[in-house]
Design a binder for this molecule. Structure first.
Ligand code: NAD
Length: 292
C-alpha cells in the first residue's frame, strides 16, 4: 500500500461550518424579517436516488432554519401543471429558492421548466440568466457544485491565479460553470471531455485537476502531477467484488493520494459542499428580498 501524502480537502467539515454560520445569520435576520427563508424542491416521480437527495436537502434546510416548501408529484404530472406550480412559487413571498430535482421523467422538458423559474429564486444557479451573469463576471446565483468546489479551494487557501487548471467534463451542470469560475479566479483553464485526445497528457499538466466525468477510476496516479490539487466531483454507484454497493468518484483515491498535494474524498468532499451552497444561495436570495 502506498503512503498517503496528500492533504484531505474536507468538504464535510467545511459544509458543517457553513451550515453553522448560516444558522446564526438566519436566526438574526429572521427576527427582523418575521419569517424564515424558504426553499421549494420539486420532485417528480419515484427515482430512489432523487428521493434520497431531496430528503438530504430538506434535512439540511431544517438544520439551519430554512422552511421547506417541497412538493412531490406523480410521474405522470404534465409540463403545464408543473409550470403553473412554478409560477405560483415565483410569486409566493415565503419562498426564496426554487429547484427542480433532476432527472425528470422522459415526457418532461427540464430546461423548459428551468426557464420558468424566477432567476432571482434560482437556488441551483442554473437559469440561463445566472449562467449569463457568470460568463459576464456579474454578481448572481452560482451553480452549487462548482461554487462549492471554489469555496473549498478558498478555505484551504489554494492559490489559483496563473495556475494551470484542468476540468474534465463539459456539462452545463458542472464542467462549464466550473471552468468559468476558475477563469474568474485568474487560472489558466483547459476543459477536457469525452472527445479529447490524450487525457493523460492534459491531466498531467494540471496544478488543479477537477474530475467531473462520472467515470469511476478515470484518474489514476500516473495522470497526476506531483503536488497537484485533485478535486473529485464524480459520484458513481459501483458494486464491489463482495457484492456491496458503494459510492466512488472518478479518481482512484488510494493511488492518487500518494502523488497529489491535496485531494477530496468521495464521499465527504464535494457532495456536502453542493448542499451547503444550495442553502447559501437560498439565504442570499432571502437577504436580497429583505434589503429591497
Ligand atoms: P454528464 O454526464 O452530464 O457530463 C459528463 C462529462 O464528462 C461530459 O461532458 C463528457 O464529455 C465528459 N466525459 C465522459 N467520459 C469522459 C472520459 N472518458 N474522458 C473525458 N471526459 C469524459 O455528468 P455531470 O452531470 O456533469 O456529472 C459528472 C459527475 O459528477 C457525475 O458522476 C455526477 O454524479 C457527479 N456530480 C456530483 C455532484 C456532487 O454534488 N458531488 C453534483 C453534480 C454531479
Amino acid at each position: 500500500m502506498k503512503t498517503q501524502t496528500a492533504k484531505i480537502l474536507d468538504g464535510k467539515a467545511l459544509a458543517g461550518k457553513i451550515q453553522q454560520e448560516l444558522s446564526v445569520a438566519i436566526s438574526e435576520l429572521q427576527t427582523k424579517v418575521g419569517r424564515p427563508p424558504g426553499l421549494a424542491v420539486l420532485m417528480v416521480g419515484d427515482n430512489p436516488a432523487s428521493a434520497a437527495y431531496v430528503r438530504n436537502k430538506e434535512k439540511a434546510c431544517a438544520k439551519v432554519g430554512i422552511a421547506s416548501f417541497g412538493k412531490h408529484f406523480a410521474a405522470e404530472t404534465t409540463q403545464g401543471e408543473l409550470e403553473e406550480v412554478i409560477h405560483t412559487l415565483n410569486h409566493d413571498e415565503r419562498v426564496d429558492g426554487i429547484l427542480v430535482q433532476l432527472p425528470l421523467p422522459n415526457h418532461l422538458d427540464a430546461v423548459g421548466l428551468l426557464h420558468q423559474i424566477d432567476a432571482d429564486k434560482d437556488a441551483d444557479g442554473l437559469h440561463p440568466v445566472n449562467l449569463g451573469r457568470l460568463v459576464r463576471g456579474e454578481t448572481g446565483l452560482r451553480s452549487c457544485t462548482p461554487a462549492g468546489v471554489m469555496r473549498l479551494l478558498e478555505e484551504y487557501k489554494i492559490p489559483l491565479q496563473g495556475k494551470q487548471a484542468v476540468v474534465i467534463g463539459r456539462s452545463i451542470l458542472v464542467g462549464k460553470p466550473m471552468a468559468l469560475m476558475l477563469l474568474e479566479a485568474d487560472a489558466t483553464v483547459t476543459i477536457a471531455h469525452s472527445r479529447s485526445h490524450d487525457l493523460k497528457a492534459i491531466a498531467q499538466n494540471a496544478d488543479i485537476l477537477i474530475a467531473a466525468a462520472g467515470r469511476p477510476g478515470l484518474i489514476s496516479a500516473d495522470m497526476v502531477k506531483p503536488g497537484a490539487v485533485v478535486v473529485d466531483v464524480g459520484m458513481n454507484r459501483v458494486t464491489d467484488a463482495s457484492g456491496n454497493n458503494r459510492l466512488v468518484g472518478d479518481v482512484d483515491l488510494e493511488s492518487t493520494a500518494a502523488v497529489a498535494g491535496f485531494i477530496t474524498p468521495v464521499p465527504g468532499g464535494v457532495g456536502p459542499m453542493t448542499v451547503a451552497l444550495l442553502l447559501q444561495n437560498t439565504f442570499a436570495s432571502y437577504s436580497r428580498t429583505v434589503r429591497k
